[in-house]
Design a protein around this ligand. Structure first.
Ligand code: DAH
Length: 339
């Protein structure tokens, strides 16, 4: 039995010395000291020993057990140290590494331009008005002096919901709602979404954005219109920009005009964007038609005013030299980040 114990001791020490990870070490512990372990079974055999042998062998067996426990403990410490060292080596954080950039969004160029536009007009004393995108025939057409058989009412251009209700084709109906609900002096701009039954291409979309403007007071003239809109153009496109007004026709204004600005891309030399003319049309405008004033409850003998309307997509395209409006609706961050 003494020999057996000696054998167990040497076997255990050898195995422990060879072990390379904590899991295997535990397997060794079980193999020697566990319930069915080698040492345990030897101890079980003690009952067959003589009274003389028992204390001797018992002592030796205890010594062997303690020794194995000590060795296991030592090996365990060594291995956890190694494991920790390995962990420290492989899991260290290099604080000098550049951090991953958080992928944040970007303001939409049309929003950038709209904010500029609002600030320009707010600076001139205007406030912001809004109206519904679903309109009825009265506000969208009739109150704007657009006659029954006018081309603007054509089903090819207008998204009708029924005979009387439609998606607004312009922000102009907001003018009427503002005049109905406010006493002059009135000075507003009304930005918003508008709808027309157009095919999508580089310059058309069935949903786009306009900014409407309306000024009503006593003694407002075409000179006020020109002054306000020329100042707007200078603030939006820079001091050097030139403006010109061309006669035009709108049912809701008389007289009516379109405003051109000197080409923002070539400065008036003539280029692809302005098709060689040096000028670019940016908005429609005019003196509010007396009939429109009257229908909205404003006395045309007492008050006069001007109105204007522009496409936000167009204004933004010209500001940045963007040639395809579809880019605005794709929201590709690589596009948006450029503005
Ligand atoms: N409603 C016009 C359009 O959609 C734009 C416009 C022109 C608005 C002249 C106006 C204006 O208020 O006076 O093309």
């Amino acid at each position: 039995m003494i020999e057996k114990l000696q054998e167990i001791k040497e076997g255990a020490i050898k195995k422990i010395s060879e072990v390379s990870d904590l899991k295997k070490l535990d397997e060794i512990r079980v193999a020697f000291l566990g319930k069915k372990g080698e040492l345990t079974s030897v101890l079980r055999g003690m009952k067959d020993l003589t009274n003389d042998e028992r204390p001797l062998i018992g002592k030796l067996a205890n010594e062997v057990r303690e020794l194995i426990e000590d060795e296991l403990e030592k090996a365990k410490k060594g291995l956890s140290g190694l494991a920790r060292e390995h962990q420290l080596k492989t899991e260290f954080i290099d604080v000098t590494m550049p951090a991953k950039r958080a992928n944040i969004g970007h303001r939409h160029p049309m929003n950038v331009v709209l904010d500029d536009l609002k600030n320009i007009f707010i600076g001139m004393g205007y406030s912001i008005a809004e109206g519904p995108e679903i309109e009825n025939d009265y506000y969208n057409f009739e109150a704007l002096n657009i006659p029954e058989n006018h081309a603007a009412r054509d089903e090819q251009d207008t998204f009708y919901i029924n005979k009387d209700i439609m998606l607004r084709t312009a922000t102009s109906p907001v003018q009427v709602r503002v005049m109905e609900n406010n006493k002059p002096p009135i000075r507003i701009i009304a930005p918003g979404r508008v709808y027309r039954s157009d095919e999508v291409d580089a310059t058309h979309s069935p949903v786009f954005h306009q900014v409407e403007g309306l000024v009503i007071d006593k003694g407002v003239t075409m000179a006020d219109l020109k002054g306000a809109l020329a100042e707007f153009a200078r603030e939006l496109y820079g001091e050097k920009v030139k403006v010109k007004f061309r006669p035009h026709y709108f049912p809701f204004t008389e007289p009516s005009a379109e405003m051109d600005v000197s080409c923002v891309m070539c400065g008036g030399e003539g280029c692809r964007i302005c098709r060689g003319s040096g000028w670019i049309e940016v908005l429609g405008c005019g003196m509010v038609h007396p009939k429109v004033l009257e229908m909205s409850g404003i006395d045309p003998n007492e008050y006069s005013g001007f109105a204007f309307g522009m496409g936000l997509e167009r204004i933004t395209m010209l500001r940045y030299g963007i040639e395809d409006l579809r880019l605005f609706y794709e929201n590709d961050i690589r596009f948006l980040k450029q503005f």
